[in-house]
Ligand binder design. Structure first.
Ligand SMILES: *Cc1c(COP(=O)(O)O)cnc(C)c1O
Length: 391
């Protein structure tokens, strides 16, 4: 496309209130989930730092100690010279955390999903995904060259119908564990049943469930009591509840070895900086040892729901730290987000194409680092701006 076409495209986005803009945010972790944006102090209610670990001093210390000892960059891909002891240990600890034989580190969740789907699908297979799956899963399915089929959100019967009768053993059934923009949990028991009866491989991307959901924070699979037989491939990220950066696939030996040998998003890219792996190890240890963080963020989510209900505000049904307020219209979502911003709260408006057309929303998220008072103040302010907008 030429510049004139690009200009026209940008003007179209602006007219539809779909233009994005970045805001430079300076975190002040010593004060909790607080950021300074355009000179204003805001309480951040739209990040993914669910356990409040991103600003934890132990992570910063692990990172800086490792950097002083080993340097900053890994200098090469894992299969050349970039794979170091911090990566190796982190993989072992992730395997242990998830109860799998092995884990394989990736630089991002996006790349982990590319690997999992492109390496396990073949031309003859179908990749069957929930309609609200994360964009990286959809891109991976497209790139795989397999036939892509999307089913109605959380509809296991539709998933089952989409799967049946391809080559036995070839199909992939793919879902988020916790849906990133909705906060609800996939019906994993039913999906596992559908996968089993169609002899398909179930892949769960639990980017938002790991660390938070399940009796001990092992994610959606723990919540539903599903093991590696029911869900052979588990994808997780280190950039959300674990407050770092990076991602992994956890699975049995043969799957991991196959990904290691064949995944282009693993082979042709520089390994994660060792200090980031060191920080992730510290995060994992804290997440495992301090169950109160998980209990706290879920209690704050429940508090938000109660307070919102009392104020006559209906949030989407969700038991996770993701508590969206569905608005529909992008302009309205943007206006409410701006009003909250003016009042000292950062809640980004999520608009298409991140969510389906006509389903713009405020995606409110909680962190263990929030205080009850901050949550209460958000509810009060939200009720105020909503009644003002309605008047
Ligand atoms: C954030 C996210 C990813 C991507 O992970 P990154 O490490 O940020 O690249 C993948 N899947 C889901 C469901 C996500 O929410």
């Amino acid at each position: 496309m030429k510049p004139a076409a690009l200009q026209a495209g940008l003007a179209r986005l602006a007219a539809q209130r779909l233009q994005r803009r970045r805001r430079t945010a300076t975190p002040l972790p010593a004060e909790g989930p607080v950021v300074v944006v355009e000179g204003r102090r805001l309480v951040n209610f739209c990040g993914n730092d669910y356990l409040g670990l991103a600003g934890h001093p132990a992570l910063a210390q692990a990172l800086s100690q490792c950097a002083a000892l080993r340097g900053t960059g890994s200098g090469a891909s894992h299969l050349v010279t970039g794979h170091g002891p911090e990566h190796e240990r982190l993989e072992e600890e992730l395997a242990q955390f998830t109860g799998r034989r092995r884990a394989l580190l990736f630089s991002t969740g996006y790349m982990a999903n590319l690997a999992a789907i492109t390496c396990l699908a073949s031309r003859g297979s179908r990749v069957v995904l929930d309609r609200l799956c994360h964009a990286s899963l959809i891109d991976a399915a497209r790139l795989s060259g397999a036939r892509l089929k999307r089913f109605a959100h959380a509809d296991a019967a539709a998933a089952s119908a989409a799967l049946h009768h391809a080559a036995p053993g070839a199909d992939l059934l793919v879902t988020d564990g916790v849906f990133s923009m909705d906060g609800d949990l996939a019906p994993l028991l039913e999906l596992a049943q559908a996968a089993r009866s169609a002899d398909a491989c179930l892949i769960v991307d639990d980017a938002h469930g790991l660390g938070v959901i399940g009796r001990t924070g092992r994610g959606c699979l723990e919540h539903f009591g599903l093991d590696g037989t029911a869900v052979p491939i588990l994808v997780g990220t280190l950039g959300k509840a674990f407050g770092c950066f990076g991602a992994f696939v956890a699975a049995d030996e043969v799957y991991i070895e196959w990904l290691l040998q064949t995944a282009r998003s693993y082979i042709y890219t520089t390994a994660l900086p060792p200090p980031v792996a060191a920080a992730a190890r510290a995060a994992l240890a804290i997440a495992a040892a301090e169950g109160w963080r998980r209990e706290r963020v879920l209690a704050l989510a429940a508090r938000l729901r109660r307070g919102a209900a009392d104020a006559g505000i209906t949030l989407l049904p969700s038991v996770s730290p993701i508590q969206p307020l569905l608005l529909g219209d992008s302009g309205r979502a943007l206006a409410l987000s701006e009003a909250l911003f003016a009042a000292g709260f950062w809640v980004a408006a999520i608009r298409p194409p991140t969510v389906p057309k006509g389903s713009a929303r405020l995606r409110i998220t909680l962190s263990a680092a929030h205080t009850e008072a901050q949550v209460d103040a958000l509810i009060e302010t939200l009720a105020g701006v909503l009644s003002h907008a309605a008047a």
